[in-house]
Design a protein around this ligand. Structure first.
Ligand code: MN
Length: 276
């Protein structure tokens, strides 16, 4: 698998107005790391993020309730809504007179690999930025499952590599339809080996489980959890890269058309000879 050193590109991004958001909420540790990195790149940094955790919110919009936000000090706004709401509030309202030119989302507490991207609010915020026409990058910090019930998240990889990753990604022009999905490997497995440009992988098993519990009044309630299995991830995938202590960056796009299937369907209607 191709692996490259983490690039160190000398590029001036100080003219950018950077919008920082996430799905873990404005008080999470990962967004502080992302904001610190953004402030090393530009003085014009704005944080518009969910007031409460929105992990798993995907690309949802709040449509059936009023949307409210509060300002916290300079340049910080907490939105009672989803990550997508935050991007909309920032671009269409708070910063409408001078829109951000770069969107950074994260750093998510946990991976956004393979099928995760379809649930992820972190990635969805970057999708929204892309739809609104600005380069958008989602960042996630992988961590190992809890050992002996103890949950340890080591943010070292994110802390050291967000800034060079932004500089490298912004050093070339990418298609306006694409967004970047960056995952940092778990530092506790060892130092970062490099960076790899990957494809979206898929786990062997990704079952959503519904666990039933009882409240104090004998009424059942439920927690969604998941059971995941992965033997050896396929080569070139995001799942494989982080396992090999490599930063994974996958360019994603919003065109969900499955072209092969579409072709087969057209052939079925027209007959294979006539083509398109
Ligand atoms: Mn999250």
């Amino acid at each position: 698998m191709a692996m490259f050193p983490v690039p160190d590109i000398d590029i001036d991004l100080s003219h950018h107005r950077i919008l920082v958001t996430n799905d873990d909420g404005i008080h999470s540790e990962g967004i502080d790391i992302l904001e610190e990195a953004a402030r090393r790149l530009s003085d014009d940094v704005w944080v518009v993020a969910p007031e409460f955790e929105q992990s798993g919110a995907g690309h949802s919009l709040t449509l059936s309730e009023p949307l409210r936000y509060r300002q916290y000090g300079d340049n910080h706004y907490a939105v009672r809504g989803t990550p997508t709401d935050c991007v909309v509030v920032a671009m269409s309202h708070v910063l409408a007179d001078h829109r951000p030119t770069l969107l950074l989302s994260g750093v998510n507490r946990g991976s956004n690999l393979g099928e995760d991207v379809t649930y992820s609010g972190t990635v969805a915020a970057a999708m929204e930025g892309t739809l609104l026409g600005i380069p958008s990058i989602a960042f996630s910090q992988v961590f190992a499952p809890p050992q002996d019930g103890e949950m340890i998240i080591d943010w070292t990889s994110a802390r050291t590599a967000v800034e060079p990753m932004v500089r490298w990604l912004m050093s070339f022009k990418w298609d306006a339809d694409a967004l970047m999905n960056v995952n940092f490997p778990d530092h506790r497995m060892g130092a970062i080996e490099g960076v790899d440009v990957t494809i979206q992988g898929r786990r062997d098993l990704s079952d959503i489980l519904l666990e039933e519990r009882m409240d104090t009044r004998g009424q059942p309630y439920y927690w969604i959890g998941y059971r995941r299995g992965l033997e050896e991830p396929k080569s070139k995938t995001d799942l494989k890269a982080v396992r090999e202590r490599t930063i994974s960056v996958t360019p994603l796009h919003l065109d969900l058309t499955h072209s092969e299937t579409r072709k087969a369907m057209i052939e079925s209607l027209e007959g294979p000879a006539s083509g398109e």
